[in-house]
Design a protein around this ligand. Structure first.
Ligand SMILES: [Zn+2]
Length: 409
């Protein structure tokens, strides 16, 4: 058979061993044992092979800015947004591109092949960040499918002229519209504007929502009502949802069922939420990480995502999405094989649903976006934070990592 490449001896998530994945024209052409054909072959060595990771919530435009806004010495400080905003006038197109590309390359080396990145177009940055990320998406199309979610971080209905920037980006092709109603003087009005634009431009919705340390005043109900009313089920996601960590189990389960019914997804952002939530407390500090395993048990779509690195909201990180899943599992105290397998699915197929990727996964006909892990199972990947050893985008190998070996005497 005229294959371009055969990835030999893979172990798949369903436990099948010794599987060959044949690739032709960037897509998976055959999956089976002892496949033969033309072209190169690469030995996966019996390791676990997964589809590429999906980073469903990131902010490439404001990554790596700690040199301009270091974390405050007072841990009670919660003005991350203000300190970030104060640095935004320094965001030139070239500056955003340089920081974003360095960050994106690190994500690629950690196995990410799809990403939704939120891009802010507040009046203090206008479309400079958007222009840079738009160019980045084109330049790195060989390695990643990058989806742009345009939004206003610093207020919308109370900032005259700000919406025009969102509209400009939508006209230029942004496929998702987002928001941050927490920073609006009228949060519910912002949410209504987001949905109105989603309808007008036929785009998906992804809103920063329900951050906080109590279960009071949840905005998710308004989002689910608008989703139902507009028939936008499957096209709406929210990021954070820290407040859901404050719900008793029966109310959390009820929320999960409601989310599933409306087709509203939740991206949990454990690194950011742990760094920010509960700063008003001096001891027994709450963690603010929603238990996505409890939500998916009710049929909701959830993902685990990084949000950012080296930024006032999220000052740490190496762009390892697997490390974020491991952090999440520690915080929500999930550790069985099944639970960790679900964690991995929230970096892969469940996250791909948020991005509405129907061509995702290891199946004949899908793009050959593959990652080889130095592990046997998805649960082991999450448990051990093992780095990927190889990655492929549309059948082309894009990286290889040597497994470290001791130099014995
Ligand atoms: Zn975010």
């Amino acid at each position: 058979m005229p294959y371009d490449l055969i990835l030999k001896n893979a172990r798949l998530a369903d436990g099948r061993d010794g599987i060959d994945i044949a690739i032709a024209n960037g897509c998976i052409a055959a999956i089976g044992r002892r496949l033969t054909g033309d072209g190169e072959s690469i030995d996966a060595g019996g390791r676990f092979v997964s589809p590429g990771l999906v980073e469903s919530h990131f902010h490439l435009d404001k990554a790596r800015i700690l040199d301009r806004c270091a974390p405050p010495k007072d841990r009670k400080a919660t003005d991350h947004m203000k300190r970030t905003a104060a640095a935004k006038h320094t965001f030139t197109e070239e500056d955003v591109y340089a920081r974003a590309s360095a960050t994106l390359e690190q994500c690629l080396l950690n196995g990410v092949t799809h990403m939704r990145t939120h891009v802010e177009v507040d009046p203090n940055v206008e479309l400079r960040g958007y222009t840079a990320i738009e160019r980045l998406a084109k330049d790195y199309a060989w390695a990643i499918d990058l989806e742009l979610c345009v939004f206003l971080q610093e207020g919308w209905t109370n900032v005259e002229g700000a919406e025009a920037n969102v509209v400009d980006a939508l006209k230029r092709g942004a496929t998702v519209v987002g928001g941050a109603p927490k920073y609006d003087t009228d949060g519910p009005a912002q949410i209504r504007r987001i949905f109105a634009l989603a309808k007008e431009y036929d785009v998906d919705v992804d809103i920063h929502l329900d951050g906080g340390h109590t279960a009071d005043d949840l905005d998710i109900f308004q989002v689910m009502e608008l989703t139902d009313k507009m028939g936008w089920g499957g096209r709406v996601a929210i990021g954070h949802g820290s407040k859901y960590s404050c719900l008793p189990p029966d109310e959390l389960a009820a929320l999960g069922r409601r989310l599933a019914g409306s087709g509203v997804a939740v991206s949990v952002l454990p690194a950011t939420d742990m760094f920010n939530v509960g700063r008003h407390m001096e001891h027994s500090v709450i963690r603010g990480v929603a238990d996505a395993n409890a939500l998916i048990a009710q049929g909701a779509t959830c993902s685990i995502a990084t949000n950012n690195i080296m930024n006032p909201f999220t000052p740490f990180g190496d762009c390892s999405l697997v490390r974020i899943a491991n952090l999440y599992a520690n915080v929500v105290q999930r550790g069985t094989e099944e639970e960790l397998t679900d964690c991995f699915s929230m970096l892969t197929d469940r996250a791909a649903r948020i991005m509405r990727r129907k061509d995702y996964g290891i199946a004949t006909g899908n793009p050959a976006d593959l990652v080889v892990w130095n592990a046997k199972t998805p649960a082991e990947v999450v448990a051990t934070v093992t780095p990927p050893v190889m990655g492929f985008k549309r059948g082309r190998q894009i990286f290889e990592r040597e497994i470290a070996e001791l130099k014995r005497p």
